[in-house]
Design a protein around this ligand. Structure first.
Ligand SMILES: [Ca+2]
Length: 245
């Protein structure tokens, strides 16, 4: 009923682009039963974690050399409306680890997968905007613990950079990507899972996502990669909500 009422008040809402009040557009509290709702490429896989939680997770890379993976929700995202994406990640395994993960909106399609290593699995996905969580310092990187917003699949050119106070590698963290469509304001928050930790604003920039991606409706998901240094890169939980709709 809520969906019907909403579509009437907003006019010609594209089918499937709006959810009912407070119902996430994309909702993976865990990745149990997610196989039919996620397109996975390269090394991205749904597995049962071996740790204490013993839950279904999205493992983007499995700890081998020169791996790259991508995973895209089958529900496309309307970039003309504000949204909030929240996920819990754990990048771990070897020391040092590499290379990190990225949250993307893209218009290349459900098979999109980019290059390994510093490409973070998105290098070459041209119709995209990436938010990278980068754990290995390449030539153009400020550190081995940074966030960046990157346009058009070129990780050598950061549009905006932030360096969080918490480690992205070796400890699980929460990330929240908040996009305000009217102002094109994009904010990325991170938070340690440690008791008493506060969320911090790690990066804020202005970007017109629909304009950069070249479409109002985009695929949304993650990429990740390893190179000569290795990581297991796991997503434990992921939601996308459009609270301002
Ligand atoms: Ca890097």
């Amino acid at each position: 009923m809520a969906v019907l009422a909403f579509s009437i008040t907003t006019g010609a809402a594209p089918s499937g682009a709006y959810a009912a009040d407070d119902e996430p557009l994309i909702n993976f509290p865990t990745f149990a039963g997610a196989s039919k709702m996620l397109d996975r490429n390269g090394t991205a896989d749904l597995i049962t974690s071996s740790g204490r939680l013993h839950q279904r997770i999205l493992r983007m890379t499995a700890g081998g050399f020169r791996q790259a993976g991508s995973a895209w929700a089958r529900t496309k995202l309307d970039l003309g409306q504000s949204f909030e994406s929240r996920f819990k990640a754990y990048l771990h395994h070897a020391k040092p680890g590499a290379d990190g993960i990225a949250f993307l909106v893209q218009n290349d399609g459900p098979r999109a997968l980019g290059g390994w290593g510093g490409g973070l699995g998105y290098r070459g996905i041209t119709d995209s905007v990436a938010v990278e969580f980068d754990t290995f310092q390449n030539t153009n990187d400020p550190s081995s613990n940074h966030l960046a917003v990157v346009m058009h699949g070129n990780p050598d050119n950061h549009s905006a950079v932030g360096e969080p106070s918490i480690p992205l590698y070796g400890r699980p963290f929460w990330a929240r990507v908040v996009y305000d469509a009217p102002s094109n304001d994009l904010r990325i928050y991170v938070k340690s899972l440690r008791a008493g930790s506060d969320e911090e604003l790690a990066l804020e920039t202005t970007v017109d996502l629909a304009d950069e991606v070249g479409a109002r409706s985009a695929w949304v998901g993650f990429t990740a990669a390893t190179g000569s240094a290795l990581s297991k890169q796991d997503i434990y939980s992921w939601t996308v909500e459009a609270p301002g709709a």
